[in-house]
Design a binder for this molecule. Sequence first.
Ligand code: ATP
Length: 272
Amino acid sequence: MTDMSQSTMLGGAARKIGPVVLDLNNISLAFGGVKALTDISFDVRQHEIRAIIGPNGAGKSSMLNVINGVYRPQKGEIVLRGEHRTNMDCYSAAKAGIARTFQNIALFKGMSVLDNIMTGRNLKMKSNFLLQALYWGPARREEIEHREKVEEIIDFLEIQAIRKTPVGRLPYGLQKRVELGRALAAEPDILLLDEPMAGMNVEEKQDMCRFILDVNDQFGTTIVLIEHDMGVVMDISDRVVVLDYGKKIADGTPDEVRANQEVIRAYLGAEH
Ligand SMILES: Nc1ncnc2c1ncn2[C@@H]1O[C@H](COP(=O)(O)OP(=O)(O)OP(=O)(O)O)[C@@H](O)[C@H]1O
């Protein structure tokens, strides 16, 4: 683990980037004959915004799924805050403060915004099912505390006006914002965002960018994101790792990655 730290300027404010919190070493993952990831290594520092980019099928979502334990790599190890693991499982990833959003929105469409965000508090709930059902004593106090936290998130994301609306009735951009809210309800240290701006119009993208920067800045959350919009990636990321056909082809600052010949070739090839 390195203790190297650095200051960067983003959004006008100086941000302190801390030591490595997540280290991925030589990760390989295959589905039958399909090699989704081959010998991938990169690290994520505390408080940074780290992007994973690459053409379709490059292995980006698979990488996030390895980090939060949905997929188990055949080779390699994950070092989380200095603790070595060959595998991560979803429960321990969540317990260790890793939350994520998905490429395709995964919310309960018939439930209100508030109730959807509340589901993100599940791991934080201590009282047992019986007490919760009776809404008695500690369960009642606990629910009030969780509600307060959820209301804070609703204020932060500026969605007070739709707090009682069933999620399925909301436009796509707002549903994505609610999904971010649910992930934030877990009070994560590391937030994994899988294409948070996919399918959004320009205004919605600007809003989402602002919220991601604010989460990073105000809560100190480390962010790992996959995003196809290059303008957004280059604007908000501290460092970018580039995958192509399951292999890492570049890793560096947005400027370094932009000038990398192999990256240019991969993207031009993908366009053709
Ligand atoms: N569950 C799975 N079963 C079989 N193959 C899979 C599975 N998940 C991913 N793959 C394959 O692994 C490779 C990488 O897929 P992945 O979804 O990680 O790429 P991606 O970079 O996220 O792509 P996109 O930008 O299109 O979302 C692809 O060839 C894909 O078909």
